[in-house]
Design a protein around this ligand. Structure first.
Ligand SMILES: Cc1ncc(C[n+]2csc(CCOP(=O)(O)OP(=O)(O)O)c2C)c(N)n1
Ligand SMILES: [Mg+2]
Length: 656
């Protein structure tokens, strides 16, 4: 290995240091420490073409240690990604730049996933590696044949999510996944030993990984280790012993260089120490040249791949899947299902309806890959006769995620980001808390992942308050760009699944009941009413005095209350609200029409009130939960907590 990589790596060090200095904010230590490893990877191993950041068969590079964003931005700039100009490097961390504090997917070409919340990049990369294997099995190695590389720090490996991610990757034998651990013994507070004494090599090995330790500043060792990684049939970990802030004479090897500008004097001293005579942000041509050549290294392979795709009989299907378009007939069988349900009026749990919906679309949408965090039977996520996605034949379409909610949700993000796959995965809604950080990144990135949350209220019964969501609907609704669906019956469940699949840049949560609920949509509407977010399900018989809003399993309760009120001559209308978010997207006049102007407005939902004042006003009546649930049969709980048609009618009458 020629020693001439050193100035190339120093270009990363200096650009990173200069950008952080200019912004007077950021993290120079990690990019300076990992510059050597990254240089070998990006000049010799990584398969990419800087001219085509969206080449479908490129290797994926994930900077899990997202605070080291200047490492990635430097690489993108030096290798010639068009969007990453020197001006962008100079505008590091400034409003509107392509160089935000942490890498943001969709914002900067070449950034494969948003990172910063430590550990999650690694878990997302596992999903990318799963998608790669699956797509390779589906379309053949001619079209899909790439690797996933992750740079992770001590923090990523300390986070609990790393455990879920590495054990899942090990079990699935994701041999094309390599983690480059920035083993610098430093985190923000000081030496890693302050808080951790884990033998990481032993930990990864125990999870089924191939492991190796190297000096992360020795180009020969780096090259040999990367070559070794490409030959493993297990996922591989390379522990790269590095010096944080390498090159800074005063701060290298200390936590002082983790996350702040070096200061003018130290920047000058570092330049001198590195033998880098050039002024700030100046990279000489003789260093740009080999970097740009590295950025073009993959062009030939990319063109050859494009030719293969052009000649492939699978081309149209491959392009469609990667673009994320649904097949033309995606919903044909589902539409028939809706018509049948309107006629047959099936009473069942909405999780069962969801399972029935999946039966109708799974065959029509080959991009769907399902799974569950060990609650397959409860979540109704498994479609009969589906093969399991597993080594050595990854063509299956169901992932046994194991008891790993966060790992599952992060992997789903990675699958969606990779492209060609539409992931859905289930657990109990209450455990959305365990997956929440990944839901948040899905929403922030704008990816289509579908999170199936069954057992969505006290209606799950005997498992008790640990398992009964109370605040979850409200808290999930608080998240921007997340559609929370709570369908009431078979028809709404089918409608909401269609909406989730059509939402290309918004993740969805399907809140589904464990318990049986009545059919409420019993006449053909001729349109997807759930798409409105809220709609009048039942008009008042008598002049309308009361409006009752409800979602999911409580829509039946609302209809019962309406009957009781009407029987007493009190006009009551019922509005079903399958999605707050889609309702907010409706025109103001539609919203006003649906909310109406009756004297009394009541909302019923087996969760907390937060958010409902939007519909009922601060003087409205809310029938729901104000604390945790209890362990008992579901009917007893609804009685106990007063969420019944009788109670709703009484509350409305009292208010009149
Ligand atoms: C989930 C999460 N918790 C905390 C942080 C804040 N944070 C950013 S970097 C860091 C220390 C990371 O240490 P390491 O990965 O070793 O990075 P290094 O200091 O070596 O660059 C912390 C705690 C974060 N970004 N994400
Ligand atoms: Mg560290």
């Amino acid at each position: 290995m020629p020693a001439d990589l050193r100035p190339l790596a120093d270009a990363i060090r200096v650009l990173s240091m200069d950008a952080v200095e200019q912004a007077n904010s950021g993290h120079p230590g990690m990019p300076m420490g990992m510059a050597d490893v990254a240089t070998v990877l990006w000049t010799r191993f990584l398969k990419y073409d800087a001219a085509r950041p969206d080449w479908a068969d490129r290797d994926r590079f994930v900077l899990s240690a997202g605070h080291g964003s200047m490492l990635l931005y430097s690489l993108l700039h030096l290798t010639g990604f068009k969007a990453m100009t020197l001006e962008q490097i100079k505008a590091f961390r400034q409003l509107g730049s392509k160089t935000p504090g942490h890498p943001e997917y969709g914002h900067t070409p070449g950034v494969e996933t948003t990172t910063g919340p430590l550990g999650q990049g690694l878990a997302t990369a596992v999903g990318m590696a799963i998608a790669e294997r699956h797509m390779a099995a589906r379309f053949g190695a001619d079209l899909v044949d790439h690797r996933t590389w992750v740079v992770a720090g001590d923090g990523c490996l300390m986070e609990g999510i790393s455990h879920e991610a590495i054990s899942l990757a090990g079990r699935l034998k994701l041999g094309r996944l390599t983690v480059l651990w920035d083993n610098n013994d430093i985190t923000i507070d000081g030496h890693v030993g302050l808080s951790d004494a884990t033998d990481q090599l032993a930990r990864f090995k125990a999870a089924g990984w191939a492991v190796k330790a190297i000096d992360g500043h020795d180009y020969g060792q780096i090259r040999r280790a990367l070559a070794w990684a490409t030959k493993q049939d297990k996922p591989s970990l390379i522990a790269c012993k590095t010096v944080i802030g390498k090159g800074s004479p005063t701060f290298e090897g200390t936590h002082d260089v983790h996350g702040k500008a070096l200061g003018k004097d130290e920047v000058a001293a570092t330049r001198k120490n590195l033998g880098w005579p050039h002024e700030a942000f100046l990279v000489p041509d003789e260093i740009y040249r080999p970097w740009r050549a590295a950025g073009r290294r993959g062009a030939k392979a990319r063109k050859a791949w494009e030719a293969k795709l052009a000649g492939s009989p699978a081309r149209a299907e491959f392009d469609r899947a990667v673009a994320g378009d649904l097949p033309r007939h995606a919903f044909e069988r589902l539409d028939a299902f809706i018509a049948e349900a309107e006629a047959a009026k099936p009473a069942a749990a909405t999780r069962q309806h969801s399972g029935a919906v999946l039966e109708k679309i799974f065959g029509e949408i080959p991009d769907l890959v399902g799974g569950s965090a060990d609650l397959t039977g409860s979540n109704n996520t498994f479609v009969k006769n589906t093969a399991v996605l597993d080594a050595p034949d990854y063509a299956g379409r169901y992932v046994n995620y194991g008891v790993r909610e966060f790992g599952m949700a992060a992997a789903m993000n990675g699958m969606a980001l990779h492209g060609g796959v539409i992931p859905y995965g289930g657990t109990f809604l209450v455990f959305s808390d365990y997956a929440r950080p990944a839901l948040r990144l899905a929403a922030l990135m704008g990816v289509r992942t579908i999170f199936v949350g069954t057992h969505d209220s006290i209606g799950l019964g005997e498992d008790g308050p640990t398992h009964q969501p109370v605040e979850h609907l409200a808290s999930l609704r608080a998240m921007p760009n997340l559609n929370v669906f709570r369908p009431a019956d078979a028809v709404e469940t089918a409608e909401c699944w269609k909406l989730a699949l059509d939402a290309r840049t918004t993740p969805s949560v399907m809140a589904l009941s464990r318990q049986k609920v009545p059919a409420v949509r019993t006449t053909a509407a001729g349109e997807n009413l759930s798409a409105r977010g809220a709609y009048q399900l039942a008009a008042a018989g008598h002049p309308a005095k009361v409006t009752i809003f409800a979602t999911g399993s409580e829509v039946g309760v609302a209809l019962d209350a309406r009957e009781r009120l009407e029987a007493q001559g009190i006009g009551a209308r019922v509005v079903s609200v399958p999605s707050f978010e889609l309702f907010e997207a409706q025109p103001a006049d539609y919203q006003a029409l649906v909310i109406g102007e009756t004297d009394v407005r009541v909302a019923v939902e087996a969760g907390v009130r937060q958010g409902w004042d939007r519909f009922i006003g601060s003087d409205g009546v809310f029938v729901g939960m104000s604390g945790f649930g209890a362990s008992a049969p579901d009917k007893a709980l609804y009685e106990h907590f007063g969420i019944t048609g009788e109670a709703v009618a009484a509350a409305a009458r009292a208010k009149l």
